[in-house]
Ligand binder design. Structure first.
Ligand code: CA
Length: 240
């Protein structure tokens, strides 16, 4: 993406440490992004309610609220991509726990250039996901599968029930649903659903699959449409 294309993208930076904030704002502006910033969680929520942002960079340790709570409130009305800035391993664990719907995280200290690259990648991914329906995206058409995917609203319906999914769960399930019967390895699912695939995190695919299964069970306890292929990965049931 050229800096000319970045111009259309407005990013909100929420960070209370001036030196870190200044370096992020400088790096993003140099790449052509329009940047607003604040040091406060409450002000971040007010700004996000008043203005459409293509991405939010959110520090976990803010003076008035923690970044997790900011993200939770943000998610009530918005699917804007969020990149967390974390200072400690324990924070990374919570971000990777992923019930928050964060898209990515960066651990301090980081290079502003690295963060800019992540910002670009996350905005591009969100634009692709929210764009026109993918050629292969109509799951309903195949084998009468009971899923309906709305990429624009980030909603998947299962037997006409809208599932409450984190962004990662949405992406994982969408990938499986769109190619019923195709077996995906954990690494392929990581590539499909995560911004920065990392082989050491493949077990998080398992924990998300587990959580997806229980959500699908809550709609239809008698069915278990995600199939496990021992030593390989997962697939979606093909015939309904
Ligand atoms: Ca901080």
């Amino acid at each position: 993406m050229s800096s000319a294309e970045n111009c259309a993208s407005r990013v909100l930076v929420v960070e209370d440490e001036p030196s870190i904030r200044d370096s992020i704002v400088y790096a993003l502006e140099s790449e052509g992004f329009t940047v607003d910033w604040t040091a406060s969680g409450r002000e971040a929520l007010a700004k996000a309610a008043a203005m459409t942002y293509q991405l939010v960079v959110l520090d976990v340790g803010l003076p008035d609220m923690n970044g997790f709570d900011v993200c939770r409130v943000l998610r009530e009305n918005s699917q804007v991509p969020v990149i967390f800035l974390t200072a400690r391993a324990s924070e990374v664990d919570r971000v990777v726990g992923l019930e928050l719907g964060a898209d990515d995280y960066v651990t301090k200290p980081f290079s502003p250039r690295e963060l800019s690259a992540r910002v670009r990648a996350n905005i591009r991914r969100a634009q692709l996901a929210g764009g026109s329906p993918r050629a292969e995206g109509q799951a309903q058409s195949k084998s009468g599968a009971p899923f309906q995917i709305d990429h624009e609203r980030w909603v998947i319906q299962y037997f006409d029930v809208s599932l409450s999914l984190s962004r990662y769960e949405f992406r994982l399930l969408a990938v499986l649903v769109e190619k019923p019967g195709r077996v995906y390895s954990r690494a392929q699912l990581m590539d499909a659903a995560w911004e920065e695939p990392d082989a050491s995190m493949e077990r998080t695919v398992d924990s998300h699959i587990k959580s997806l299964r229980s959500k699908l069970k809550s709609v239809r306890a008698d069915l278990d449409p995600i199939q496990t292929h021992r030593g390989i990965g997962y697939s979606m049931k093909e015939d309904w």
